[in-house]
Design a protein around this ligand. Structure first.
Ligand SMILES: Cc1cc2nc3c(=O)[nH]c(=O)nc-3n(C[C@H](O)[C@H](O)[C@H](O)COP(=O)(O)OP(=O)(O)OC[C@H]3O[C@@H](n4cnc5c(N)ncnc54)[C@H](O)[C@@H]3O)c2cc1C
Length: 384
């Protein structure tokens, strides 16, 4: 059994940032991540000129390929100042979402799409060079890799006298699944509250009202799916189009330019087709419909992307629970991050994005919730 002051469950942005802050304070920790990669909802598809496609956020290959966001694309530095300062301190480059020119609107299946004056977001939506995964890669590069373990799915937390036993299953292709137990003074839950409630067993059980509140907190964007089409160049721009579109026809309901600063053109769209319907259709068929829609909106050149990617978050059990599949996708109000009574008081803190009071569900929320959780660790942990 490994004995450490803090165990972090989850290696998305909130978990990695909590680890970053703990290292600055000199507090020992282990971070357990169920996937074989870091980033959680921050994921990119990587396209290289050699036409090898890497769908993972593989830290070692970040430099050699062009990244397209399958999760978040945007942040808003004008009011997300904590996130903006972090990005600056990590020396990451940012650029504005491309919004020059007209947009396309599709109102009905029996009407051709119309060209309309585009609009610019205010304050501007900003993107990161290298995709949002650049933030994950930069944070990871500053951490002690020995403290961070992938392919570790936390299944159970048990409260014993003065400690929490964290049972984690090695999910990397073992026939007999190995369970490791970590003994921690404090556990930071760096994943969506609904996943904590649905996938981790607590012994004894959490207070009922807290458990219900966590279960009812929708995981932002979990019901959604993103389609990305990559082109040699952003050909729509040469025709005065911004790449933005809205459609009541589908399958994509909202489309944006996703081109990189390095030169590849790309368009991405959010599906309007509900998650239950998407589940009954193959990815190939969905992509075919997306391509046809892009041709209707942007012309024949859209029919021949050099790469296409589709990520359905509703079908990813490390992001979505069944309740998310039928959810309305609205931002939930942040639930309490700690048990206020009972044996779990003072030894457990939620620090995933949904626990942020300021920006619940956003990447800025992941930073805010992690900082708040680390700041409020009990003195007994901080003094170790
Ligand atoms: C399609 C899409 C578009 C988005 N667009 C934007 C945007 O433009 N701007 C914005 O601000 N935000 C956006 N978001 C939201 C943003 O991605 C999230 O707020 C942020 O990434 C959440 O980070 P997190 O660390 O809190 O949670 P997550 O990223 O969900 O990380 C949780 C981690 O926990 C791991 N995990 C799960 N269960 C276990 C377990 N039992 N044991 C161990 N590990 C476990 C998961 O594998 C994951 O790595 C978008 C999200 C999606 C999906």
């Amino acid at each position: 059994m490994q004995d450490i002051p803090v165990v972090i469950v989850g290696g998305g942005l909130s978990g990695l940032y909590a680890a970053f802050l703990l290292e600055q304070k000199g507090i020992a920790y282990r971070l357990l991540e169920a996937r074989n990669t870091f980033g959680g909802r921050i994921a990119v598809a990587k396209y290289s000129d050699a036409h090898t496609v890497d769908n993972s956020t593989d830290i070692d290959q970040a430099e050699s390929s062009t990244a397209f966001d399958l999760g978040p694309s945007w942040f808003w530095p004008d009011y997300q100042t904590q996130l903006s300062s972090l990005i600056e301190s990590l020396n990451l480059s940012r650029f504005s979402q491309f919004e020059e020119g007209n947009m396309m609107v599709e109102r009905a299946a029996n009407q051709p799409p119309v060209r309309m004056q585009g609009y610019k977001s205010a304050p501007p939506s900003m993107r990161l060079v290298g995709g949002m995964a650049a933030l994950i890669e930069a944070l990871y590069a500053r951490l002690d890799a020995r403290c961070i373990i992938t392919n570790q799915t936390v299944r159970q937390l048990s409260k014993t006298d003065g400690h929490i036993e964290v049972q984690s299953e090695d999910t990397f292709g073992h026939v007999t699944r190995r369970v490791t137990t970590f003994r921690a003074q404090h556990v930071l839950l760096a994943l969506p509250p609904r996943l904590v409630e649905g996938r981790i067993t607590f012994q004894p059980a959490l207070p009922q009202n807290l458990s219900t509140q966590w279960q009812e907190t929708a995981t932002w964007m979990a019901p959604h799916a993103k389609y990305v089409a990559v082109y040699e160049s952003p050909f729509w721009r040469y025709n005065g189009l911004s790449g933005a579109a809205r459609s009541a026809v589908g399958p994509l309901t909202e489309i944006h330019d996703a081109s990189t600063l390095e030169g590849n053109g790309a368009l991405f769209g959010f599906f309007g087709v509900p998650a239950q319907v998407r589940q009954s259709v193959s990815d190939d068929v969905l992509k075919e419909h997306c391509r046809a829609q892009l041709v209707r909106l942007f012309g024949k050149q859209a029919d021949t992307p050099i790469a296409e990617y589709l990520k359905d978050w509703a079908q990813d059990p490390l992001t979505a629970m069944p309740a998310d599949v039928s959810g309305d996708g609205q931002h939930a109000v942040a639930p309490p991050s700690k048990p206020q009574t009972g044996v779990w008081q003072d030894c457990l803190t939620g620090c995933g994005s949904e626990w942020s009071a300021q920006f619940p569900g956003y990447i800025a929320g992941a930073i805010d919730a992690a900082a708040t959780a680390v700041q409020s660790l009990p003195a007994t942990v901080l003094s170790r």
